[in-house]
Write a new protein. Sequence first.
Length: 136
Amino acid sequence: MFLKNINKKYIKRLGKGESSHHGKTCGRGHKGQKSRAGSKISLDFEGGQTKLFKRLPKFGFKLKKDIYFLNLLKLNDIPFSIISVYILKKINFINKNAFFIKLFSNFFLKKIIFYNIYLSKFLLFLFLNINFIFIF
């Protein structure tokens, strides 16, 4: 025995006669999807049955940024002249989880400065016409 033959790997010789045990069908069996050339079945394939991951409900992380809608009439009660999300959260006027605040109303307020607060299109149009102060 020579040392050079120790590391030689046995190669399966397919289709070389019945005595090799890998002749004729080459170890693939008879008929069926797996016996065909170029057949690649995905790991989640279940024979035409609906896949397991499609049958189970979706779950996981969803980032939800809460938008808090405020009417301008409610802001009359606040004694501050500058209104921001931080101030409204501190005085428990809005929910602590609120990420954005959007104001809407057809009512008009004076002497209030809005800081980092989104306005409806109608309010923006109203305030821009009278040179209202915005800080973004």
